[in-house]
Each structure stands twice: as structure tokens, then as C-alpha cells.
Design a protein around this ligand. Structure first.
Ligand SMILES: [Zn+2]
Length: 327
């Protein structure tokens, strides 16, 4: 794969090289799709993911997460250091992403919410799949105070899903589950194979993918009592360690925005419970001064490999916002 016709392959990385020293970019993925899914336009296809991993292998320095953080903190990180991470624990991480990771020998980490393993489904996927499969021309959720949506086109269906997801995202988990159960009555034949099984988690781990905690039920930690947050963090770690028979050393905060989706008390819990590294979703690159329990990440959403590469390079200039803010 070339950067693009007319652009010298080595020119662009050299321009940015000064910004790639002792900085760690950590990419966030969720799913890798076998074909474009109009209900999930943000997710890369296998071919797009393949191009992105090819580019990482050619121009960057992919590393396992714990090793990268240790080298960041000892000042021994190679230029263009990058980690690949996946959140939530989708089955396609094993089925579609791992063969590509193997092809380019890219280390990766999959953060698993253990409550959805083995046939479960995250609430946002329930909403999306209900709307995808709804046979009616409109979805009337006015009795739930969620509005009424035309479903005549795929674009309308996608907009309906976006609209409903925004409205219920920050509800208390119990209220959200009750609401999603009501919405699910409008759907049929919802998929039960979206998430990993225990056997697929074992296969990932056996094949060099590190497995990380991401709670049990994916609550927004700052919105639940601290005792529940502790159990959510600890139970996912214990469950995964039992499945893979190895220590689980890395954690990703659900939703992941510092000060909004989790607070410093959750960061301290993660350290206390024995994790070595935790990642958030604030955008930027980690530096030697970054908190290893709140490392920034970055979502590379561009489809075209050149734009993907340029955006990733640009991200190396965006220092950890927690350091800039002095938190
Ligand atoms: Zn998540």
C-alpha cells in the first residue's frame, strides 16, 4: 500500500518525525465488519482495517500496550509508537480482526465487558438491531417519551437509532435496561452472536492478543455507587483471569471521558485492584509525564489510508490533555 500517488512514501513521516519521539498513540476500535454496515457507518470493514494495519506496520512502531507504557515511562519508546485496542468484546475481533493482526504481526488489546459474553448483547446494539429489523414504516416510542421515527430509508433508520441512543445513553443503568426491554418488543430475531464467547476470548489470548477489563455491565462509572463500581471493575478482572488463566493487567473505562464518565476515585480503584495500565477516551498521545492509569487514546475514523495516516501523524502533536489541563 502506498500513501497516495504522487506523495513520496518517506516524506510525510519525516515531516512529523520530531513529534513522534517518546509519544505513545493508542488507537480505539470497537468492531471490524465483514462488509459496510449502513447502521454502523463508523466501523471499518475488514479491507479498511487491513489497509490501516498495513500502514501501521510500514510507517509506525506497533507495540503491546503494557510494554509500550513501560517504555514510555523509561524514555525508551521507539519513534511512531502505537498500540491497537478494541473496546467491549465483539466476536468480530476474533473472527475478522485477528487474522489481519496476525498477517501484519500487530500486537493488540481487547477490553471485554464480561456480562455480554456468550450470547449477550449490549443495549446500544439491541436498539440498532431492533430498528434494522423493524418491519413497520415507523417506530412509535412516544409512550416511552422517546419520540416517533420514520423508517422508510436506511438513512432514516440510522438517524432513528442515533437519536434514541443519545437520549438513553446517560440514564441510570436500571432505567436504561427497562427502557431497552420495552424497545426490544418492537423487534424480532435479534442476534445472539455479536459478542465474544469464552472460547473466543481464550483463542485471542492464546494468539497473543492481550485481554483487558472493561467492567461487567459497562456502566458509566461516575453514575453508579462506588461499591458497585468496584465490583464491576473487580468482577470483570476475576472472570477474565479465570477464562484465560493469566493475569489481566489493563483496563478501559466505559465511555472513558475523564471527569465525566469516571472520576479520580475510579482511577484509584483500578490501581488498587491490581491493574498496571488503564486507558480513557480523551484524545491525544501519552508522554512520559502521563498518568499510566488515564492514558489518552484516539479514534482513527478515516477510511482512506492516506487520511488515516495523516490524522494519526497529526495526533502525535496533540499532547495528553490531562497534562495540559494540569490534572
Ligand atoms: Zn465500551
Amino acid at each position: 500500500m502506498r500513501w497516495a500517488a504522487g506523495i513520496a512514501a518517506n516524506t510525510v513521516p519525516l515531516v512529523f518525525n520530531a513529534h513522534r519521539k517518546q509519544r505513545l498513540a493508542i488507537l480505539i476500535y470497537h468492531r471490524v465488519m465483514p462488509a459496510p454496515d449502513p447502521m454502523r457507518p463508523g466501523e471499518p470493514t475488514v479491507d479498511e482495517f487491513d489497509s490501516q494495519m498495513h500502514l501501521l506496520r510500514q510507517y509506525f512502531h506497533p507495540l503491546p500496550l503494557v510494554e509500550a507504557v513501560e517504555r514510555l515511562q523509561t524514555g525508551t519508546l521507539p519513534d511512531g509508537a502505537v498500540c491497537v485496542t478494541f473496546d467491549d468484546g465483539y466476536a468480530d475481533n476474533e473472527i475478522h480482526a485477528r487474522p489481519v493482526l496476525d498477517k501484519y504481526r500487530i500486537p493488540a488489546t481487547v477490553f471485554v465487558s464480561t456480562g455480554f459474553l456468550n450470547g449477550g448483547r449490549m443495549w446500544n446494539d439491541t436498539v440498532i438491531e431492533v430498528i434494522r429489523g423493524c418491519k413497520d414504516s415507523a417506530l412509535d416510542l412516544r409512550e416511552l417519551n422517546l419520540g416517533c421515527y420514520p423508517l422508510g430509508t436506511i438513512e432514516q433508520r440510522r438517524q432513528a437509532a442515533d437519536n434514541i441512543l443519545v437520549q438513553i445513553k446517560h440514564l441510570d443503568p436500571g432505567a436504561r435496561i427497562a427502557l431497552v426491554d420495552q424497545i426490544a418488543k418492537h423487534g424480532s430475531a435479534l442476534p445472539g452472536d455479536l459478542m465474544l464467547t469464552d472460547a473466543q476470548v481464550q483463542s485471542l489470548a492464546r494468539n497473543g492478543v492481550s485481554i483487558g477489563g472493561h467492567t461487567v455491565n459497562h456502566p458509566i462509572l461516575s453514575s453508579v455507587p462506588v461499591g458497585m463500581a468496584r465490583r464491576e471493575i473487580q468482577d470483570s478482572k476475576l472472570y477474565l483471569e479465570n477464562v484465560i488463566q493469566e493475569p489481566v493487567e489493563v483496563f478501559a473505562y466505559p465511555n472513558g471521558r475523564p471527569g465525566l464518565d469516571y472520576d479520580i476515585e475510579h482511577r484509584n480503584l483500578v490501581r488498587e485492584l491490581g491493574f498496571k495500565v488503564a486507558v480513557s477516551t480523551h484524545w491525544g498521545v501519552g508522554t512520559r509525564a502521563s498518568d499510566r492509569y488515564q492514558l489518552p487514546r484516539f479514534t482513527p475514523w478515516d477510511r482512506h489510508p492516506l487520511k488515516f495516516g495523516l490524522r494519526l501523524l497529526g495526533n502525535y502533536r496533540r499532547l495528553d490533555p490531562l497534562l495540559v489541563a494540569g490534572r
